[in-house]
Design a protein around this ligand. Structure first.
Ligand code: ADP
Ligand code: MG
Ligand code: MG
Length: 252
């Protein structure tokens, strides 16, 4: 199984330090959740892992199976088996969903290992069916005019087709109605295996009613300040974050 190891990660945006020493290890077979108030650096963490140019890693390390992720270009990170579902997926006009997906899969597989068109279509049909997606979605331009729920389902379609080693899902649950939430959860649960590790970033405990994480972490002010099991998410839902602030002596 794969391991993503983040050590003492410091990240700045435009010279302002946002992450102030994050430590986290995600192994294949594990589902981790990061929760935390708005503006604490959750999306900054996912952007830094994927190599968004705006996020400067000032110190610390990110390794995937011993390889230095910070030395990799963005496309190399995807090829190495990292997957990021963004909080706000971008629209690409002129590129169909299906073409985008096949190109991504082939980029991940590498030259000479391309998926056959038949196999690709078969797997896409099957996965779209599982995610209860309209078959027409395959031929639409990527994310163009997709509803919030369609975008999120589409991210999970990409996840399931690409079979990454480690996935980071940033607020995959935001703006979803309960049916879409169940479908998205079904897709993620379907991925569960010793070959797949997952970091779910979420504001709400709701999603975690459908996907039981092995570990729950609380991020505040750019650090993971508390870790526990699924019961921690339930306590946050019931009591909010103030008790953690009090426990740690953190002030707003
Ligand atoms: P979260 O995902 O936990 O809500 P973010 O990582 O999005 O938090 O943001 C953390 C902090 O970094 C916030 O203060 C936010 O304003 C700032 N920030 C995030 N992205 C940018 C950006 N692209 N430019 C400037 N500041 C940013
Ligand atoms: Mg936010
Ligand atoms: Mg965010």
């Amino acid at each position: 199984a794969s391991t993503l190891t983040i050590k003492d990660l410091h990240v700045a945006i435009e010279d302002k330090e946002i992450l102030k020493g994050v430590n986290l290890e995600i192994k294949g077979g594990e589902i981790h959740a990061i929760m935390g108030p708005n503006g604490t650096g959750k999306s900054t963490l996912s952007s830094a892992i994927m190599g968004h140019p705006k996020y400067e890693v000032t110190s610390g390390s990110i390794n995937l199976d011993g390889e230095d992720v910070l030395e990799m270009e963005v496309d190399e990170r995807a090829r190495a088996g990292l997957f990021l579902a963004m909080q706000y997926p971008s629209e690409i006009s002129g590129v169909t969903n299906s073409d985008f997906l096949r190109t991504s899969i082939n980029a991940r597989r590498g030259e000479g290992q391309e998926i056959s068109l038949m196999k690709f279509i078969r797997e896409m049909d099957k996965t779209m069916d599982l995610l209860e997606m309209d078959p027409n979605m395959a031929q639409r331009y990527l994310n163009e005019g997709f509803s919030g729920g369609e975008k999120k389902r589409n991210e999970i379609l990409q996840l399931m087709m690409l079979q990454p080693k480690i996935a980071i899902l940033d607020e995959i649950d935001s703006g979803l109605d309960i049916d879409a939430l169940k479908v998205v959860s079904k897709g993620i649960n379907e991925m569960r295996s010793s070959d797949f590790g997952c970091l779910i970033i979420t504001h709400y405990q709701r999603l975690l009613n459908y996907i039981t994480p092995d570990y729950v972490h609380v991020m505040m002010q750019g650090r993971i300040v508390k870790s526990g099991g699924p019961e921690l998410a339930q306590r946050l839902e019931a009591e909010g974050y103030d008790w953690i602030k009090a426990e740690l002596g953190i002030e707003d």
